[in-house]
Design a binder for this molecule. Structure first.
Ligand code: NAD
Length: 479
């Protein structure tokens, strides 16, 4: 498989010939070595993206749409292969990886269609001798930075609308998961995108390459998915050249279960939300609020199901929870659990790193439930990013709203209730960009995804995702 950089339609080694290893988090094995870009490579990528922008931005919407559609078909045709690769480098169970590949492909399909619907406006003028028009134009070359937890979908959710809008891109995937990115770009090449329209730089330490691209005047837009801490840094670094910035950052999702909810549905929902990708998703249930009157019956059902979850290598049949991405991730989970227990949380199940023979070379942690969790615990303030479910209790709607709205994060929130009025009140008062009512996995290609507060800026998905890559131009014609 190709492990080089892709710049101006060519696969090439890094200028200084460096490479870095990629490991399987379930086994610790090195599964490949990829080119390690430097600022020199990044300069070539900007030049390529800038030159290609001149012609790509002038292509017809139809041509852009057809190429996107070919890319979509190739991703779907190679779904099994991509999913296997993703599981090997990222760890998620194969079934989840297959689901992610199809979700990733969906963005390409959706924007292949939407590429043809970038309309303008005609505004009624105050004078009969004027015609006022609004047209949309691509912002220019885009720098896209993606995380490791969704190695395919975070790339297509950015690249597909950018290409549909007429932008060219330089994508920098996470150093933990460059292989899925490389394969996706190979398929884009096969689909026939012209040289320079998509450029890929893989790099082990992102700082030098990112600093060059963030300060480069020819890069007109930065789109980032990752932690809030890094997002703020990139925003500051984009300020000197006043780039357009989209940020999809961290979350601390509340998952609220009222006593009028269908309890079995709520337990299944919280398992889907919390334990997907071993708890390594930005929208996963991070704080589970259960109405006091049903707390113990909820915990009992929840515990029974969580204890049945199969942990192991993602390729093995029946596995539902894979490894965490690396050693640091496991240590963070350990720190959060220990801090909660020291401050009075009750361990309902789990609570240990898995170290016996079956797991010893990977980064596995038991699915864990903590009850009696309070606001002063680390787990209530920071993203744990692991398979730990902290459960709190509440008595009233007002109280839980106050607890659920977070001072910093505002990405996703979930409410389980059978009361229609309550579902409307809650969805309006929760300070979150995404609200799932009796729905643990609301994300789809056609709907807006993004956060309030320090969870981000802008939206991805749907018509909103396309607007992020378009400038608005006003033209006044005197006739
Ligand atoms: P991260 O912020 O550590 O890294 C994300 C990307 O930024 C990677 O490509 C990394 O190489 C790059 N990066 C890191 N430091 C950098 C620097 N100093 N300069 C330039 N680039 C830098 O995040 P992660 O650990 O890969 O992903 C997990 C985080 O992403 C969590 O906080 C999660 O909530 C968030 N996330 C958000 C969404 C969303 O849509 N809102 C989706 C997935 C993940």
């Amino acid at each position: 498989m190709e492990h080089r950089l892709y710049i101006n339609g060519q696969w090439r080694e890094a200028a200084d010939k460096k490479r870095f290893p990629v490991t399987n988090p379930a086994t610790g094995e090195i599964i490949g070595e990829v080119a390690d870009a430097s600022a020199d490579d990044a300069k070539l990528a900007v030049e390529a993206a800038y030159q290609a922008f001149k012609s790509w931005s002038q292509e017809t919407a139809r041509t852009r749409s057809i190429l996107l559609y070919k890319w979509y078909q190739l991703i779907v045709q190679h779904a099994n292969e991509l999913a296997n690769l993703m599981t090997t480098e990222q760890g998620k169970p194969l079934k989840e990886a297959e689901g992610e590949v199809l979700y990733a492909a969906d963005f390409v399909l959706w924007y292949a269609e939407e590429a043809k619907r970038i309309y303008g406006d005609l505004i009624p003028a105050s004078s009969s001798s004027k015609r006022l028009q609004v047209i949309h134009q691509p912002v220019g070359p885009v720098f896209a930075i993606t995380p490791w937890n969704f190695p395919a979908a975070m790339i297509t959710r950015k690249i597909a609308p950018a290409l549909a809008a007429g932008c060219t891109v330089i994508v920098k995937p996470s150093e933990e998961t460059p292989l899925t990115a490389i394969r996706l770009v190979q398929l884009a090449e096969e689909a026939g995108f012209p040289a320079g329209v998509i450029n890929l730089v893989t790099v082990s330490d992102p700082r030098e390459v990112s600093d060059l691209l963030l300060s480069h005047p020819l890069v007109r837009k930065v789109t980032f998915t990752g932690s809030t801490e890094v997002g703020k840094l990139l925003m500051r670094k984009s300020a000197d050249t006043v780039k357009r910035v989209s940020l999809e950052l961290g979350g601390h999702a509340p998952f609220i279960v009222f006593s009028d909810a269908d309890l079995d549905q709520a337990v299944d929902g919280v398992i889907a939300s919390k334990f997907r990708n071993a708890g390594q998703t930005c929208v996963c249930a991070n704080r589970i609020f259960v109405e006091e009157s049903i707390l113990e019956s909820f915990l009992q059902k929840f515990r029974t199901k969580v204890e049945q979850l199969q942990v192991g290598q993602g390729q093995q049949q029946g596995v539902e929870i894979g490894p965490l991405i690396n050693r640091d991730a496991v240590e963070k989970v350990e720190r959060h659990v220990q801090d909660a227990l020291e401050k009075g949380a009750r361990l309902v199940c789990g609570g240990q790193r898995l170290l016996d023979d079956k797991y010893k070379h990977g980064h596995f942690y038991q699915p864990t439930i903590l009850a009696d969790v309070t606001r002063d615990m680390l787990i209530s303030k920071e993203e744990t990013f692991g398979p730990v479910a902290p459960v709190y209790s509440f008595r009233t709607e007002e109280e839980v709203l106050e607890l659920a709205n977070h001072p910093e994060y505002g990405l996703a929130a979930y409410v389980y209730t059978s009361d229609l009025g309550r579902s409307v009140r809650m969805s309006e008062k929760l300070e979150y960009g995404i609200v799932g009512i009796n729905d643990p996995i609301p994300s789809v290609a056609q709907a807006p995804f993004g956060g309030f507060k320090q969870s981000g800026l802008g939206r991805e998905g749907g018509k909103y995702g396309l607007e992020e890559f378009l400038e608005i131009k006003y033209v006044s014609v005197q006739i």
